[in-house]
Design a protein around this ligand. Structure first.
Ligand code: GRF
Length: 194
């Protein structure tokens, strides 16, 4: 299976995904792309020998379909079987998602369906939750809403700040996403809870 990964920032999840696809793993990373030519994840991917591309979203200024057409052209050139969003921070239209329906994954830093959208750690702290975590789900047109493929929980500790909580969640993201991708690439869509 050929896997393409989209990042917008440092790409720490992408690194773990790429590193996991070795040996008897049924998938290999074939492309890493970003909407930001300066994304740190692009340099990390290149250092790992993975082909990269960037389609800067800013020149498209609100013309989302045009941006997505350019993005799809680069993604489809890599002929991916699976598309992983990993810290990808652009909203994608239903049209784009339809093209990858059933083979597109995302990781979100909350225990969905709680805290869809942004600032999830602040919101969990604000709510006084005892538990927080991350979710890997299939991407559908509804934001942060597709079938859940896996979740990992972390305790909220006394004195936690959004940053300390985010760091604890990120550590679990790095475990959850590779584990879910391996199952997904094997055709297993059962839910994994860590
Ligand atoms: C992190 O906040 C993570 O929770 C979310 O995307 C952000 C950046 O992740 N998934 P990465 O280091 O770029 O993978």
């Amino acid at each position: 299976k050929r896997v393409a990964i989209l990042v917008s920032g440092g790409g720490s999840n992408m690194v773990r995904l790429v590193e996991s696809m070795t040996g008897d793993h049924p998938a290999r990373a074939v492309m890493v792309g970003s909407n930001d030519p300066q994304a740190g994840g692009l340099a990390k991917a290149a250092d790992m020998g993975i082909e990269t591309f960037a389609v800067d979203h800013r020149p498209f200024r609100g013309d989302r379909p045009a941006f997505e057409a350019a993005l799809r052209e680069r993604i489809d050139a890599a002929r991916p079987d699976i598309l992983c969003l990993a810290g990808f921070m652009r909203i994608l239209t239903a049209g784009f998602i339809q093209a990858y329906e059933g083979r597109m994954l995302n990781i979100h830093p909350s225990l969905l369906p709680k805290y869809k959208g942004l600032h999830t750690h602040e919101r969990a702290l604000e709510a006084g939750d005892a538990w927080h975590g991350c979710t890997v789900h299939e991407v559908t047109a509804e934001l942060d809403d597709g079938p859940i493929l896996g979740q990992a929980r972390v305790p909220v500790e006394p004195g936690d700040t959004p940053d300390t909580l985010a760091a604890r969640v990120l550590t679990m993201e790095h475990r959850l996403y590779p584990a879910v991708l391996r199952r997904f690439a094997d055709g297993d869509r059962s839910r994994l809870d860590l």
